[in-house]
Design a protein around this ligand. Structure first.
Ligand code: PLP
Ligand code: COI
Length: 372
């Protein structure tokens, strides 16, 4: 399959590539016309409204029941909804791939379900059972299959949301909850695809503090990053690196991605202290590297140490593995390699993407086939 009829214009996302190929979107994000064709080679990480979304609701006391599919579009919510007033919400990010073997697969979707459950505990929301979560994402991908890019041309980004949708005035858990899933075809997260990115260490802002919500995918973790990120992008950087809020010495995350560096053949990544999101890609890279016989150290990674590394990269569902070309901290600038991914970065990237596309054997059993 090469092209698909599509219409809507992708949203403008700061610093991300925009595709000129879409047309026609009305004020509430509904598709007006379906006239243009998707050029799969030009896919970017931006929103293309698709056909169908999944939704289910429950109260604070009732169990979750399987939901249903409905046309993609706006949902109604009380102005006093917990999520709108107090940020009682979580999201997940996962991808479905069309593989070289002609299958449609998810990458470790159970891990997304479990992470959302841990987040639900933290934000005092009723956790969505893994079976409901996995069934929802499967149904949503199946219903929007025509938006799934061909093998190697991108993926279908799947966005589960859990939110306190019932009205509440006092600062307390909402009386009712909505779990919904929508999907959109995506390409590379950073401009330039897999070319190395330039990062700026944020000197003024932190992403998360001990005891806070940095270790879960709370929606409220993201808006405070927009201003520092926009500023860095305006100065020519792809994203910011956040250091820890206590000592401002240790690398925590790269925007919405985890950090790795390689020094003398050893792979280092910040240990999970509660302020770092436990990335599923991060975990997969650790397993892959150890399988390759590479020593992996999860520890506090000093920014000064990271800047002396031989290779550095960030990773996530959206970012996949993105090599880092430079890191700037104040007046200091570290350059890694010659703008091309280092040897270990390249090896891990090929293996990870190879497994996701089924060009490589799924030795860890990470793929989950979507029944069509
Ligand atoms: N860190 C943050 C803050 C994120 O939002 C994400 C994206 O989900 C990641 C790291 C990477 O996590 P994953 O590999 O599970 O996508
Ligand atoms: C993901 O990698 O899925 C993320 O959540 C990043 C996103 C905030 C764009």
């Amino acid at each position: 399959m090469k092209v698909v009829k599509a219409g809507p214009k992708p949203s403008k996302e700061a610093g991300m590539i925009e595709s000129p190929i879409y047309m026609g979107i009305n004020a509430v994000g509904m598709v007006k016309e379906m006239s243009e064709e998707i050029d799969w080679d030009s896919l970017t990480f931006s929103l293309t409204p698709t056909d169908t979304m999944y939704l289910t609701e429950t109260t604070a006391d009732d169990p979750w029941m399987p939901g249903s599919l409905r046309p993609y579009g706006p949902i109604q919510m009380s102005p006093a909804a917990g999520v709108l007033n107090y940020g009682q919400g979580l999201f997940e990010g996962m991808k479905a791939y069309r593989t070289a073997k002609g299958r449609v697969v998810f990458f470790r979707p159970e891990e997304n379900a479990r992470r959302m459950q841990r987040g639900a505990d933290r934000l005092k929301m009723p956790p969505v059972p893994e079976s409901v979560f996995v069934d929802a994402v499967e149904q949503c991908v199946k219903a929007n299959l025509r938006w799934l890019p061909p093998t190697g041309k991108g993926a279908m980004y799947v966005r589960p949301l859990l939110m306190g949708s019932g009205p509440i005035l006092g600062v307390a858990p909402a009386p009712s909850y909505t779990f919904l899933v929508y999907v959109t075809p995506v390409g590379p997260y950073f401009k330039g695809g897999v070319s190395a990115i330039d990062l700026l260490i944020s000197e003024e802002h932190h992403r998360a503090a001990p005891g806070g919500s940095g270790g879960v995918k709370a929606i409220g973790n993201y808006a405070p990053g927009m201003m520092p990120s926009k500023k860095a992008k305006a100065a020519g950087y792809a994203e910011v690196i956040y250091l820890d809020a206590e000592t401002h010495s240790y690398v925590e995350e790269v925007g919405a991605a985890n950090f790795f560096c390689v020094k003398d053949g050893v792979l280092y990544t910040p240990e999970l202290t509660g302020t770092i999101l436990p990335g599923i890609t991060r975990n997969s890279i650790i397993q892959l590297a150890r399988h390759n016989g590479i020593e992996v150290v999860e520890t506090k990674v000093e920014a000064t140490f990271a800047m002396t590394a031989d290779e550095a990269f960030c990773c996530g569902t959206a970012a996949v593995i993105s090599p880092i070309g430079t890191i700037t901290k104040g007046d200091d600038k570290a350059t890694f390699g010659d703008g091309k991914p280092g040897r270990i970065t390249q090896q891990l990237y090929s293996q990870l993407v190879g497994i996701q596309n089924e060009d490589e054997e799924d030795i860890f059993g990470w793929l989950h086939e979507v029944p069509l």
